[in-house]
Ligand binder design. Structure first.
Ligand code: NIG
Ligand code: FE
Length: 411
């Protein structure tokens, strides 16, 4: 086998297993979500930024030319993980609130008292563009060490023109996929949500639409209601953005019907979704992004994951990484929660944070699988069986990352 055009080649050899969601379809639903192909005693060969071949060591053909090698003994390869829902652009922290919540205060009470999201907004506005860009780069490093090779990040901690646009630029500069969460909370300088949306849609949307790929809204009691969410998302869709919603996190406020009506890419959270919402999502194209680390962090009920998969919904897993409701950047921990709390098999969890997450970001043609033609983004985990990804709870099992065909620096 010789590569075309003298591209740099990388051979990961003698892997215990290579695991990858089966087939080429995306998104995966129902029974197909749990179908993972496993090759034992395997190799992965990349040329340039793409995967050239995956197979058994005994079938590895003679390779001509210069080839870098990684010794995969004792390791399993899985596709680079895709985190399609984070809030990685923030300054400061909420450790004080975390301690208050541990002592009995609720997340919604802190939010209503002007803490919560607004306390991060104050810190983020004060940080300045350079510090924000540094923060996103630091968070990206944390994610990469945990196996995330592609991340989305929302803005939403600026809520003024300058900081929202700086946030979106910082996400893009760090290699992330930016989402404009212009409707996250109502900042105190506006009288009400409608007045804030008048400003955001007139003054921020035109520039945000040039940087972001999607728009998102927090549709919840104390944030934005159904009418406001529809107005915001319709304007964003008209400006060319894909639309997404934070819905049914604490209460059902009609987010599922709105997501379906607007043809949203996803509705995210769903901890409070009832049977009707589950059935509706089962018949729709809207992806159900589940965030069990957030439910765990806030000691809230878990979303109805099993029912959603069984109803045929496009089920996706993500971290929701943010300083308030989910200070957790680890998709392996999310996979562990999926298999211990959400009744999803390790195989379903893997597909949900690879192929299906790539679908939410509009990148499933090249991300989410280890197969010829896909991007050479690999996570090598220290394990005799790839299912340690979910099984080895809280472990630092990432031994090596390959990003676009090159070893990534994890330091
Ligand atoms: O997805 N619920 C709304 N937004 C975030 C939390 C943001 C925060 O608490 O800072 C979430 O959970
Ligand atoms: Fe979120």
């Amino acid at each position: 086998m010789s590569s075309t055009g003298g591209e740099r080649r990388l051979l990961v050899r003698d892997l215990a297993q290579v695991a990858s969601p089966a087939g080429t379809a995306a998104p995966l639903r129902g029974g197909a979500l749990g179908e993972v192909d496993v090759v034992e005693d395997a190799y992965v060969l990349s040329a340039g930024e793409s995967i050239e071949a995956v197979g058994r060591m005994r079938d590895l053909p003679p390779l001509a030319g210069e080839i870098e090698e990684i010794d995969g003994r004792g390791l399993c390869a899985i596709p680079g993980l895709v985190d399609c829902h984070t809030h990685a652009c923030f300054a400061g922290d909420r450790v004080e609130e975390f301690a208050q919540r541990a002592a009995g205060a609720s997340y919604e009470e802190l939010h209503a008292a002007g803490g919560g999201i607004m306390s991060t907004v104050r810190a983020t506005r004060a940080a300045g563009e350079h510090a924000l860009a540094d923060a996103v780069r630091k968070h990206r490093r944390w994610m990469l060490r945990a196996g995330t090779t592609t991340f989305e990040s929302k803005s939403g901690y600026g809520l003024d023109r300058e900081t929202e646009l700086a946030s979106l630029r910082a996400v893009r500069a760090a290699g992330g996929v930016p989402t404009w969460l212009g409707a996250h909370a109502v900042p105190p300088e506006f009288e009400d949500a409608d007045a804030y949306l008048d400003f955001a849609l007139a003054e921020v949307l035109p520039a945000a639409a040039q940087i972001a790929e999607a728009a998102d809204v927090f549709l919840e009691r104390g944030a934005f209601d159904a009418t406001q969410a529809r107005r915001y998302l319709s304007a964003c869709a008209a400006a060319g953005l894909a639309v997404r919603l934070h819905g049914d996190q604490f209460t059902e406020q009609g987010a599922v019907p709105i997501a379906i009506e607007l043809g949203a890419r996803s509705i995210d959270h769903l901890e409070a979704t009832g049977d009707e919402g589950v059935a509706a999502l089962g018949k729709s194209e809207v992806a159900a992004v589940l965030l069990p680390a957030s439910a765990l962090f806030l000691a809230r009920p878990m979303p109805p994951a099993r029912a959603l998969v069984d109803a045929g919904a496009v089920v996706v897993l993500a971290t929701d990484f943010n300083p308030g409701s989910a200070f957790c950047e680890s998709l392996p921990i999310v996979c562990s929660l999926a298999s211990t709390q959400l009744e999803l098999t390790p195989a379903e969890a893997l597909s949900a944070c690879t192929v299906n997450a790539a679908h939410v970001l509009g990148r499933s043609d090249r991300l989410g699988r280890l197969a010829p033609g896909y991007d050479a983004d690999l996570v090598l985990i220290e394990a005799p069986d790839w299912r340690y990804l979910a099984y080895h709870l809280g472990a630092s099992l990432v031994a090596e990352i390959v990003l676009q065909g090159a070893r990534a620096e994890l330091g």
